[in-house]
Design a protein around this ligand. Structure first.
Ligand code: NAP
Length: 260
């Protein structure tokens, strides 16, 4: 019997990560599900098993060396990997000067160090197989800077730039690389950071996690561009962010991301 392809999704316990896991199981993948909340991962694994997928929870805090080691070991033990989704992430509220240093440090670890470490682990089996895919969930925030989001925008820009560089190296190896750049998406993200964007941003700015994930997988499967921006409204916004003068962008982002 042919082996089912294997995908690893970080941040699989909630939001976009859970939707990726479900969409990949429906496409015939087995899964390694990574997050801190083991109970939620086990519930998801049981749900996916009913669709015929074998899903293994990997309980790991990816801001720690121990959590990264557990995740790297899961890839080494499998000895193969067809798709990596670097999705785990979080936002913070408030200006850098007032933000707890530890929280900002954790963001850098999760959005930068963990993405690099897990991607390098994933490349080990992908390179000799000469196939595979690596999706990193960046953000439209990677194209802007705004008050209250200094490290969020900076780390999301790292993820996008990392993916664009990696795509150049991986193309000749047969490995597809994508930086997925969603805008506001209905998940637990904004509740977790006690943000009020959920109530403040107009409805037309919101995406569903299903639409985000389907856009991403369709574009990857089609061998499309490295950057994936779901939703026409965000394609226009990113075009403007890349082409408008800095002072105009400043006015726009101050409005969207205004903090008290
Ligand atoms: N929602 C949006 O508006 C939006 C827009 C653009 C980009 N994004 C990006 O989309 C990605 C997914 O976010 P989401 O919207 O789906 O938010 P979410 O519902 O809050 O999910 C975040 C996931 O990340 C995991 N996670 C957080 N810290 C972790 C850690 N230290 N170690 C391991 N896992 C950790 C969480 O699991 P545990 O708590 O169980 O560890 C959870 O599964 C993030 O990278 C975010 O930056 C979101």
């Amino acid at each position: 019997m042919p082996t089912r392809p294997l995908a690893l999704v970080t941040g699989a316990s909630s939001g976009i990560g859970t939707v990726f896991a479900r969409a990949l199981a429906a496409r015939g993948y087995d899964l390694l599900l990574v997050a801190r909340d083991g109970a939620r991962l086990r519930v998801l694994a049981a749900e996916l098993a009913t669709t015929g997928a074998s899903a293994t929870p990997v309980v790991a805090d990816l801001t720690t060396d121990a959590g990264l080691a557990v995740t790297e070991e899961a890839i080494t033990r499998a000895g193969r990997l067809d798709l990596l989704v670097n999705n785990a992430g979080f936002g913070t509220k408030g200006q850098l000067v007032d933000s707890p240093l530890q929280l900002q440090d954790q963001m850098l670890r999760l959005h930068v160090i963990a993405v690099n470490r897990i991607t390098c682990a994933a490349l080990q089996p992908m390179k000799p197989a000469r196939r595979g895919g690596i999706i990193t969930v960046s953000s439209v925030a990677s194209f802007i800077n705004s008050t209250g989001n200094v490290n969020y925008c900076a780390t999301k820009a790292y993820q996008r730039s990392f993916s664009e560089g990696l795509a150049l190296e991986c193309g000749p190896l047969g490995i597809r690389v994508q930086a997925l750049c969603p805008g506001f998406t209905h998940t637990e993200f904004h509740q977790r950071m006690a943000d009020d964007q959920q109530g403040r941003a107009p409805e037309w700015m919101w995406l569903s996690a299903d639409d985000v994930v389907q856009s991403s997988l369709r574009q990857l499967e089609a061998g499309g561009a490295t950057i994936c921006i779901p939703g026409a409204q965000y394609k226009v916004a990113v075009f403007l962010a890349r082409h408008l003068p800095l002072w105009v962008k400043g006015l726009m982002t101050r409005n969207v991301y205004k903090r008290d």
